[in-house]
Design a protein around this ligand. Sequence first.
Ligand code: AMP
Length: 282
Amino acid sequence: MITIRSIAELRERLDDDRRVGRTIGFVPTMGWFHEGHLSLMRRARMTCDVTVVSLFVNPIQFNDQKDLAAYPRDEARDSRMAAGEGVDVLFAPSVDEMYPSGFDTAVAVGGITEILEGASRGAAHFRGVTTVVAKLLNAAQPHVAFFGQKDAQQALVIRSMVRDLAFPVRVEVCPTVREADGLAMSSRNVRLDAADRMRALALHGALREAERLIAAGERETQRVVEAGTAFMREANVPPEYFAVVGANDLAPLDRVVGEVLIAVAAPVGPVRLIDNLLVRAP
Ligand code: AMP
């Protein structure tokens, strides 16, 4: 595995691969790798000839500067883990490389960025995500880019951007990887102490409770939301939002029909956690 820090060098290296017909798979990340990240790398390796992973803690997508400062970072650790997965190129640019002085452009998706995470974290969050992913896609020009279902809204926002701006890339969304007890893996989990780690189970517990209600025939969205919210309050983890929305457009729903996304966000101790389940009404 080689580590590359500049866009020019990344282009040069990947141009060589493209010239000889190799397909390029790309996994954008903010590092502090866990099995969720590694599953995307494995999927990229399985699908493409060359696997590129970017490691960049993107300052412009953090609405909370304390969250940015506390975000776990260890490039040496991540580099070993990526190499262990057979990644070919680790692209780890500096903030200056991505946002040189004079940088003054943004890429913004409308509608679906204004609800759920967008409403909670503010418009700058998804604007930061789409701006950095657009730049990373231009830098790497991959054939396929891999994202996690863990960040379901982010994946839909990226799909919209790629479709609307005709990026020549296929977006593949991979399943959420969980700990044995159901907690969705997240780089932020490392900041939970033992008591908060227990409380964090409330997110997945409430999602499963909502799924169970739907499987038992409940079709009133409001009842499902109330049950999920009550489950979390009882666990002493009141949610920022607990929502049942259309799986593909995140539209609010009165009734559970077809495939729905149940999405939740909640502060747990020092971190804010999100999780979701895709559920199909039988
Ligand atoms: P991050 O480093 O948190 O920005 O995540 C990088 C990529 O990994 C994103 O596409 C995430 O959706 C994905 N990801 C994060 N956690 C998980 C997980 N538990 N399972 C699957 N994918 C994940």
